[in-house]
Design a protein around this ligand. Sequence first.
Ligand SMILES: Cc1cc2nc3c(=O)[nH]c(=O)nc-3n(C[C@H](O)[C@H](O)[C@H](O)COP(=O)(O)OP(=O)(O)OC[C@H]3O[C@@H](n4cnc5c(N)ncnc54)[C@H](O)[C@@H]3O)c2cc1C
Length: 481
Amino acid sequence: MIIIGGGIGGLASALRLLHKGYEVEVFEKENTLGGRVNQIISNLGYRFDLSASILLLPQTFYELFSDLGLNLQDYLEMNLLHPTYRVFYKNQEIIDFSTELAELVPQLESFSSEDAAGYLAWLTDIYNKYRVIDESFLRKSFESLGEFLNPKTMANLLKSKPFNSTTDYLKSFIKDERVLNYLSFQAMFIGMNPYESSNLYTLLPAVSQLYGLYYIKGGMYELIKVLEKLILEKGGRIHLNSEVQKIVTSNHRAIGVSVGGDFIKGDIILANADVLYVNECLLGESPQKYKMSCSTYILYLGVKQKLPKFSVHNLYIGPEFEKNITAPFIGAVPEKPSLYVYMPTSIDENLAPKGCECLNIMVRVPNLLKANVWNTEAKEGLKTYIYDVLEQLTEIAEFEKVVEFESDFTPVDMLNKFNASLGSAFGVSPDLNQTNYFRPHHKSKTYEGLYYVGASTHPGTGISLVLHSAKLVSDIICHNK
Ligand SMILES: Cc1cc2nc3c(=O)[nH]c(=O)nc-3n(C[C@H](O)[C@H](O)[C@H](O)COP(=O)(O)OP(=O)(O)OC[C@H]3O[C@@H](n4cnc5c(N)ncnc54)[C@H](O)[C@@H]3O)c2cc1C
């Protein structure tokens, strides 16, 4: 079988299918595997995770290895992070949100005992929703409407009460604005607007609290290196710099792919490249009408001194929080966005020269639907703003003087490098009407032998959900469902 794309979805599926005895060949257009889980290595010795950095739901990572008869700990060193997030507010206040309830509760009580009780009540409520969602939605493939519309699934959907927004839901438990902004900001991690998206997306801060955030020693890309090694050990073949130009079909059946002008035959074709791109560009179908998630601007800085104020995962809650967080969803580049700042070198010194730090600063920006929004002026404006915020947070005047490496990644890079439709960071937007049965399916309805895996398919975006997607599609292929 042929897999188009060596992102996390393609690699996890390759391993699962090799384990079941399939012959697997992976074709990846870039010169490295990993797709959006990738890395940048500077010649000064800085190593940056390209995009994904937050390891949620570690159990899904363990599950992949145990399903292969392996023990993750034999391959990767994964450590629980303390604190979960360090949050910087515009009035210079800094709050560490701890994984440990014994530390978090007194912290919340110092705001008010009502907020501490509210936080715990929210956590209980969302945990109950999570149990329903995990069992009834994340682990089902929803290839048919019947599977989705059955009475039990409908009852569970209603039980999860998904309809009010993230911010309204949180406000029904918590009053403190600092805590509200900290929690609602995290909807942005899957490219959602917390003022409009379903309250179910408070699952992100909830599972971070309940199961912790983990860090893979060496950075997220270590996972990709291990998957690559295992695929080769199990006899899989990997072709880098090999962009598939076309999926070849005959009599409503996918029969192979075209790469560099050569026809390569395959009984099963599994597309890990974004579904919308695959259907439009590799099959010549008309564009599908899905709303795509927002995109991201990322600035990578190699800093030639230690920055003790930062933890691994840092949030900066900026001015006019609602206006700036909403901007990308109405097609505007935010002027003064809140920021996510990732600094793994605070616990992993091997990623930078001695005494130095790696910083990834991420801003949510519009995707490329409105072609004229993303331009040099927008990019330079964000860069200047980010440097200003860094000066304020680190108390280092002229921050650019301590920076010895700078690079960035824009929505246009996302489009060109990974064929991500509209340069979207998170694929098809996980609005409720684009989830479950209503998200692109794993099995093609048009061509026998063609399947899809990845962030734009069910259950959705983020490494742990894409690992679920790989499991679902592998089961469908193995059981010829
Ligand atoms: C900025 C950013 C931050 C993120 N942060 C996190 C995070 O902290 N935690 C988390 O869990 N998730 C995070 N995510 C989401 C996560 O990275 C993605 O959901 C996941 O990596 C998507 O994997 P995938 O396999 O679906 O697709 P991709 O990674 O896009 O893989 C698709 C692959 O197909 C290849 N390809 C495309 N076209 C072709 C072709 N014609 N021929 C051959 N190959 C082709 C691409 O080059 C790519 O390698 C983040 C994403 C972004 C963009």
